[in-house]
Design a protein around this ligand. Structure first.
Ligand code: TXA
Ligand code: MG
Length: 348
């Protein structure tokens, strides 16, 4: 299949949006930018379109998709028994990087929700995403636009890498503002529960709802307790190289990484380092790269997935990463990094 490429880095192209909407209405697939990561869109109310999404990504079909809407009024038709908490959260954080799990109505096919009776809903803030959703009839199912298992895509070139030739259209909207997927909150539980950390932190959610819990399957990620979001149980984001996180006081982390890199090089293996603008100078050997600056944590979120993809283009055998327990997004950044590292962490 030929994939149409639409460049909207300089702004909305309404003609191309209309063509994208037509493709979606006919059951085709369009990748588009959002403020978090790129999404791979299909008509959420069309079971066949959802099946195509799973096929293009190589994604297990028990892993449900997020339904994207552009207007609050669209939520009634796809949910059953909307709790007051949904409106409170929407007023505080929509449009934006928050996904709510709610009970689904008949209108949403099980093919979209991975067989579940609940549906994940998000109202993105990105103008291209919003225009495309409206042009497509109001409901776009969109997982992150990456091959299943690879890091999510934060720029159109990543999407081209993973999905070109497999989908109808890719819309380029430049680099994603946030770089990590939305926070997911489950409102079908007695106590609202965060299933995936993101830009909207636990503290911000508690500020609106009072009590909010973190899914126990997330905290005890290595134990027998399963995360509630089916997608969180899969191996994810893993680069080709082995990735190991080194955690502890900054100076000791840098010393440890220097000595680990030295050992690898002595054994004839290429090693990489993930540091920050502040620490680059301290690393003496290996392929050293900065993920961002600790003075502005969003820069770390923005570049993490792209950096993991960059390392895949080299023949590095092992990557050592600093850890990033930053104030607002630290939980989200570390959740993705720990998954990418397959839980390999060295404490110093
Ligand atoms: O920021 C985002 O949320 C991006 C952009 C494109 O909007 N989308 C995204 O979708 O990250 P995806 O498919 O990569 O991740 C969706 C996550 C998965 O972990 C999935 O298991 C979970 O949401 N999920 C979806 N529906 C669910 C449901 N009904 N119950 C529990 N978890 C659900
Ligand atoms: Mg994903």
């Amino acid at each position: 299949m030929d994939t149409i490429y639409e460049d909207m880095r300089d702004g909305l192209d309404l003609d191309a949006i209309r063509r994208g909407g037509e493709i979606l209405k006919k059951g085709g697939l369009v990748a588009f930018p959002t403020e978090t990561v790129y999404g791979l869109g299909g008509n959420a109310l069309d079971a066949e379109a959802s099946a195509k999404i799973y096929a293009a990504k190589g994604r297990p079909s028990d892993n449900p998709l997020i339904v994207h809407i552009a207007d609050w009024d669209a939520i009634e038709a796809i949910t059953e028994g909307l709790p007051p908490a949904a409106k409170l959260l929407a007023d505080a954080f929509w449009p934006g990087p928050l996904t709510m799990i709610l009970n689904k109505s008949e209108l949403v096919p099980r093919a979209t929700t991975g067989g579940l009776a609940t549906v994940a809903i998000r109202m993105p803030s990105h103008p291209i995403a919003r225009a495309l959703i409206r042009a497509a009839g109001g409901y776009i199912a969109a997982p992150s636009a990456n091959t299943s298992g690879r890091p999510s895509t934060t720029r159109a070139s990543h999407v081209v890498e993973d999905l070109s030739g497999k989908i109808d259209m890719i819309i380029d909207g430049g680099d994603a503002d946030i770089g990590l997927e939305s926070t997911i909150i489950d409102l079908t539980e007695e106590v609202p529960t965060v299933l995936r950390p993101g830009y909207i932190s636990l503290e911000m959610l508690r500020g609106v709802l009072g009590s909010v819990e973190l899914d126990r399957g997330l905290i005890a990620a290595d134990s027998k307790i399963r995360p509630k979001a089916p997608g969180m149980k899969y191996r994810h984001y893993a680069p080709k190289a082995e990735l190991i996180i080194v955690e502890g006081p900054a100076e000791r982390v840098r010393e440890k990484i220097n000595s680990l890199v030295h050992e690898q090089l002595a054994r004839g293996r290429k090693a990489g380092v993930i540091g920050t603008d502040e620490s680059l100078l301290y690393y003496k050997e290996g392929d050293v790269r900065s993920v961002g600056t600790r003075e502005d944590e969003i820069t770390i979120a923005q570049h993490l997935f792209g950096l993991l993809r960059e390392f895949d283009e080299s023949d590095i055998a092992v990557i050592y990463s600093e850890s990033f327990e930053t104030p607002q997004m630290g939980q989200a950044i570390m959740n993705r990094l720990i998954k990418a590292a397959g839980h390999q962490i060295i404490q110093v």
